[in-house]
Design a protein around this ligand. Structure first.
Ligand code: ASP
Length: 303
């Protein structure tokens, strides 16, 4: 039976913004499920779910509404991996893609490469958009608040985790895929690349497992989180244990966050250690979309 799990980022999600998250998660699940229930493959399901959240101007930090860097520019990162053959596409620091994850899939399907960055990736965008298109009133205001605080002695570090989006699916043929898309971290340096577009760190899939991560990217990069989780599962570690150890590794590397997982034997699972995780999943019978508030690891109950 096909399955889909999505996240809309790990971090602190203000009460007032939760209805927008719920709507966005449900729209993403509906878009991805429409692919799976008509026999479409896991890659297309994850792309549809993620691009739906990228286009959401109200909730998420990906595509429209991506967090601006310190110069006020939106630079997007994304990746998609197909478990069946390990094919992968990724883009980083792109400025003109309305859907970075679709661009990542173009790299996967149509180039001899896995990861294209900056102008080289932007050059492949079929219908480029400008900075103004990607900024929203919310992302602009967040950046202005961030900028106003720079130079203050007690200026807070940039917030951890901020509504990155991801999807992991298993299709009717049993194949797995993972996709992640993000604006990165508010106030990041120009050219900074997080974990989302790095295969094995923030996004990964093979024949056994698919993973999408969210949180402080530098820690996920150092911990090579997604691939390390896959290796632990392959070595026989239980799913909940592997999730807990993934989060512990991230903490050991100075970060926090969350991740979603699908396994070839049909399980969906998640874990996070931030204040909140925006999470949704569906197996066609049950659909859940919520902002979770108690750090945990869990395997989604089967039908
Ligand atoms: N992992 C993302 C990054 O560091 C941010 C996030 O998930 O909120 O680019």
């Amino acid at each position: 039976m096909p399955k889909l799990i999505v996240h809309g980022g790990a971090g602190t999600i203000a009460e007032a913004r939760r209805p927008a998250y719920h709507r966005g998660l449900r729209a993403a699940l509906a878009a991805g499920w429409a692919v799976l229930e008509t026999g479409g493959d896991a890659v297309e399901a994850t792309l549809r779910a993620v691009e739906t959240m990228e286009a959401d101007a109200e909730a998420f930090n990906a595509g429209v509404g991506g967090s601006p860097n310190r110069d006020g520019e939106v630079e997007l990162d994304a990746a998609v991996v197909r478990g069946a053959d390990g094919s992968a596409g990724a883009v980083a620091a792109v400025r003109s893609a309305p859907s970075a994850v679709r661009l990542a899939d173009l790299v996967r399907r149509s180039t001899p490469h896995v990861l294209l960055v900056g102008p080289g990736a932007d050059a492949l965008v079929e219908h480029p958009v400008d900075r103004e298109h990607l900024l929203t009133p919310h992302s602009r205001a967040a950046w202005e608040r961030w900028r106003a605080r720079q130079g203050e002695a007690d200026a807070a570090p940039p917030p951890t985790g901020s509504a990155t989006v991801g999807a992991v699916a298993q299709d009717a043929a049993g194949d797995l895929a993972a996709a992640t898309s993000t604006g990165g971290v508010l106030g990041k340096w120009s050219g900074r690349v997080g974990d989302a577009p790095i295969v094995g760190a923030g996004t990964y899939a093979d024949r056994s497992v698919a993973v999408s991560c969210t949180g402080r990217g530098e820690a996920f990069l150092r911990a090579v989180t997604a691939k390390a989780l896959a290796e632990r599962l392959a070595a026989g570690v239980g799913l909940e244990d592997a999730l807990a150890r993934a989060l512990a590794d991230v903490r050991d590397h100075g970060g926090e966050g969350g991740l979603i997982v699908a396994t070839a034997d049909g399980r969906l699972a998640y874990g996070f250690d931030t204040a909140h995780l925006a999470l949704g999943w569906t197996d066609g019978t049950t659909t859940v979309a919520e902002v979770l508030g108690a750090a945990t690891v869990a395997v989604v109950p089967g039908p």
